[in-house]
Design a protein around this ligand. Structure first.
Ligand code: ZN
Length: 320
């Protein structure tokens, strides 16, 4: 889950709901909001999700942040996580589309955080105030931890981006470091790498019945050590492209509980975004606490599709 905060911005006015064809969506994915693309692909999520997409006003006014009980999440592993990422990418030759581009992937949380609660509860400055260094993240009801999910998707995403020639850096990998890093450091890693794009991978811990993905965009923040003003525009471009490609690759609907059905939410309370000086977004790939979403999140085949959608959004953004 992301770091819960009170200051969601009001949903932006929704754009036209006229039907679009898949072909049209493919022509201009970066310009489309997630729910529009979802309508274009027909909504493969069954009646509940289709209803959510066709009646976005039902959730348009909600500003309730994702809820959950990250501290109750268990680090137990799940046999559902047996699918492995594809083989490592060959070395870049300089002719790939993303040659020379740097992407930083931030796997949300860390499986070791459960054993380092004192360290991760330490407060760090995020420009607008102070927040915990890191959190444990959530888990499915069957005990598949968010930190395991985020690392798996990050590995798959890294492979796909390296196949395109990108230089990819993870903010942490497996047990290194053994906890965290803190959210300010996660941002700093992207900044220091001069990343052309950065993404933080998460899954939410919201109420049962809350379904779908959303991409979190940085709000305009200029306070303390935070100044997101230069990255707000490019980050929105990045986020819209990821949302459009994610919906197409996975068939998952935009969240029905935040973002007014757009799959996009703007927040100014996340240190990982506030402190970034490079284009960056978060993605909450689904709600681990909902059984229908959990069935997806625990599927290796679905996680591969998720990584492909994210990768294609990043590639689209970096190629312009
Ligand atoms: Zn998270």
């Amino acid at each position: 889950m992301s770091y819960v905060g009170p200051d969601f911005e009001p949903p932006r006015p929704r754009r036209s709901r006229r039907p679009l064809t898949v072909a049209l969506a493919a022509l201009v994915p970066g310009a489309l909001l997630g729910w529009l693309v979802y309508q274009a692909v027909g909504g493969s999520d069954g009646s509940a999700a289709a209803g959510g997409a066709s009646t976005p006003s039902a959730s348009a006014g909600r500003t309730t942040p994702p809820t959950g009980s990250p501290d109750s999440a268990s680090p137990r592993s799940s046999p559902a996580d047996d699918a492995k990422p594809t083989a490592a990418a060959p070395g870049a030759t300089g002719s790939e589309p993303l040659a020379g581009k740097v992407v930083v992937i931030d796997p949300g949380h860390n499986s070791g955080n459960f054993r380092h609660t004192a360290e991760i509860n330490r407060k760090v400055n995020i420009g607008t105030g102070w927040k915990e260094c890191d959190t444990t993240g959530t888990a499915t009801d069957d005990g598949y931890p968010e930190a395991q999910f985020t690392l798996d998707v990050s590995h798959r995403l890294r492979t796909l981006l390296e196949q395109q020639g990108a230089t990819v850096k993870l903010t942490h990998d497996r047990d290194e470091p053994p906890w965290g890093p803190c959210v300010d450091e996660r941002a700093r890693i992207g900044n220091t790498a001069h990343a052309d794009a950065a993404i933080s991978i998460h899954a939410d811990g919201s109420a049962t019945g809350n379904r779908g993905f959303h991409v979190i965009l940085p709000g305009s923040v200029h306070a303390g050590g935070a100044d997101t003003r230069p990255i707000v525009g490019p980050s929105r471009d990045l986020g819209e492209r990821i949302a459009g490609n994610f919906v197409r690759a996975t068939g998952s609907p935009p969240a029905n509980y935040v973002g007014g059905g757009t799959g996009l939410v703007t927040r100014a309370d996340l240190g990982g975004l506030n402190l970034s000086t490079v284009p960056k977004v978060f993605i909450e790939c689904g709600n681990m606490r909902d059984s229908k979403d959990a069935a997806r999140l625990t599927s290796g085949a679905w996680r591969q599709k998720a990584a492909e959608g994210i990768s294609e959004g990043i590639v689209s953004f970096l190629r312009g």
